[in-house]
Design a binder for this molecule. Structure first.
Ligand SMILES: Nc1ncnc2c1ncn2[C@@H]1O[C@H](COP(=O)(O)OP(=O)(O)OP(=O)(O)O)[C@@H](O)[C@H]1O
Ligand SMILES: [Mg+2]
Length: 289
């Protein structure tokens, strides 16, 4: 029996008093359909959840279950067919300045130095050169790229370039940070170490963060809660609270509690991933016939 859409309010730590004011993010009954008529595809179906201030929530689910679509709706890049997204108490209608996105694909500007990449959002806001470089330097230090300010992205590794993207998004001071598989192209060791970095920054800035990942390990290492999605249409299958103590580093990956949490999530995810695989095999089979 699947416990759909666990009530999020109950997952706040008991000891912490409930923060005043509206939650930074409320996703309410979001349905997203692509196309019309018999060929229409429901990518998201009645997705609802809330994110608390400073919370780190990972979104995990099989390929094609609607994770990126969900982020596009939250980021105001595409409209929901039904339902709404509220940032604090404001219903969004297009991109909202409080929401910053780090995309999976390389998104640094190759012709700009690291510092000018990171300072870009401030440049757009008309912040003077000296002031924006001072601010950008702080974020460059934070992501561990001190000394690389003058380099071009082509002189950096893939992991370093992703750190530039993260620093650039942070420089815009988003109240909600969305990261769509930012480490997907990196090797496992780099992912773990970058995970440490992201976590350190998130705790330092108390940054409300949502991360899409395919890695259960990454999700458990980083998150306060993990939102598991079903395969097509994308629904919230379960929201798992990760009770591992903080601060967490990649060292926690070897612990028994960590292993138990990963196994718990995998049992849910496996069901969905198998269904996804079976359906895509069926589709390609019928396509070939
Ligand atoms: N612009 C679009 N037009 C039509 N269909 C779309 C569009 N964008 C996404 N889809 C479909 O919506 C579904 C969800 O896609 P989405 O990219 O959100 O999945 P995902 O969970 O991010 O997958 P992955 O893990 O592979 O990145 C897919 O079936 C996809 O083909
Ligand atoms: Mg995606």
């Amino acid at each position: 029996m699947i416990a759909e859409k666990e009530v999020v309010a109950s997952t706040q730590p008991e000891a912490a008093p409930a923060p005043a004011g509206p939650p930074p993010l409320t996703v309410e009954n979001v349905t997203k359909r692509f196309g019309e008529g018999p060929g229409a595809l429901t990518a998201l179906d009645s997705v609802s959840f809330t994110v608390a201030p400073g919370e780190f929530v990972s979104v995990i689910g099989p390929s094609g279950c609607g994770k990126s679509t969900l982020f596009h709706v939250i980021g105001g890049l595409t409209d929901a067919t039904l339902g709404s997204v509220r940032v604090e108490n404001e219903t969004i209608n297009g991109p909202h300045p409080a929401v910053g996105i780090v995309f999976q694909e390389e998104s640094t500007f190759p012709w700009r130095s690291v510092i000018d990449n990171v300072a870009f959002p401030l440049e757009l806001r008309g912040v003077g050169r000296e002031q924006r470089h001072a601010a950008a330097s702080r974020y460059i230090d934070m992501v561990g790229l001190h000394g690389f300010e003058k380099r071009r992205p082509s002189e950096l590794s893939g992991g370093m370039r992703q750190r530039v993207s993260i620093a650039r998004t942070l420089a815009a001071k988003p109240r909600i940070l969305l990261m769509d598989e930012p480490f997907a192209a990196l090797d496992e060791q780099t992912r773990l170490l970058l995970g440490d970095k992201v976590l350190q920054i998130q705790q330092q800035l108390k940054q409300t963060t949502l991360l899409i990942t395919h890695s259960i390990t990454e999700a458990v290492q980083l998150s306060d809660r993990i939102l598991i999605m079903t395969y097509r249409p994308g629904r919230v299958k379960r929201i798992v609270k990760v009770d591992l103590p903080r601060p967490r580093t990649s060292d926690v990956v070897g612990s028994r509690e960590f292993g138990a949490c990963v196994a718990d999530i995998w049992s849910d995810l496996r069901e969905e991933a198998s269904r996804g695989l079976a359906e895509s095999e069926q589709e390609s089979g019928s396509g070939a016939a």
